[in-house]
Design a protein around this ligand. Sequence first.
Ligand code: AHM
Ligand code: MG
Length: 357
Amino acid sequence: MSSKKLITIERHIQEQQRAYPQATGVFTGMLQDMALAAKFIAQQTQRAGLSDLLGASDTSNVYGERQQKLDLFADQVIYNMNHDTGRVCAMASEEHDDLIDVPVEYDTGNYVLLYDPLDGSSNIDVNVSIGTIFSIHSKFSRAERGTMEDVLQRGKRLLAAGYVVYGSSTMMVYTTGRGVFGFTLDVGLGEFLLSHELIRFPEQPAYYSINHGNARYWTPGVKRFVETLQGLDAPQSRPLGNRYIGSLVADFHRNMLKGGIFIYPGDLTEPEKPYGKMRLMFEAQALAFIAEQAGGYASDGVGDILDVRPHSLHQRVPMFVGNRALVEKAEACIREHDQAWLEAYLPYRNTRAAFFS
Ligand code: AHM
Ligand code: MG
């Protein structure tokens, strides 16, 4: 008999729980429900063209972006899986302006769930990979129900984070701070099976990912850094390949498996966007935690994204994430060449949340 292990995500999450003798199983239940939500979303993603879920809806989100119908579906599924379980004290989604309170008729619990239900939504209609990102904090304030203080915690305090990539297959990747594990959805069985154990960034990076269409807006430090990635700084250095899907989860996932860096920098163009595009609470913190657990590093160009103190729910952050040596090189280029950008960005970075004043 061959002894290949078949481990479902549910079993894996339970086994991870055993490492914490004080665990009550509530947190385990949340992760298992995220896996179930991912199956719902994956199923609809694959049927999007058939079930009238393609195309834009009539509403737009807090960023003024038209919401795609599948975004709304994914947002609703994750909410439905969590609002009445008594596990969370509050939730927050990239698609909602404010905190999502637990309805008063239900109990609240000790966890906070943050999620970007469907990232890369411009890719939905054209059959290109998209993803779901989530992260879990424990409750922080003494308030009876969840408050903004519970949600706006530093990434360093995360308990768990994960993503689902809806690509040529569907994969769920998660960490609880004990390494990064990847599970591939067996569509026939309807189960996520362990396929990638203790994922680490390979030492030799293969790719860099940045939107080259924005090159004219890049700061001198970012320009210099991209030149090093292209091997233009020294005749003997080898260029990395350039890959950019425009779906953060898919770009991040490929770079974590193959080695590389994803970049969405801040810039100084009009109107000024020194903070870039990525959302700290819904995208950057989760991927920064996963990257760290896989031996990589995520920076906003100044320092560790996990140390950035959040001040607002929809705060943006420049993002450099991937192999540690590459990200540190980006920081060095910025320190050396981007004084003007630092002067514009640092006040935003150092803003304190209202509940501290
Ligand atoms: P979204 O949250 O509205 O889907 O936008 C986020 C996406 C990321 O997935 C991707 O990395 C980035 O936006 C691409 O932006 P751009 O088109 O400016 O390169
Ligand atoms: Mg997003």
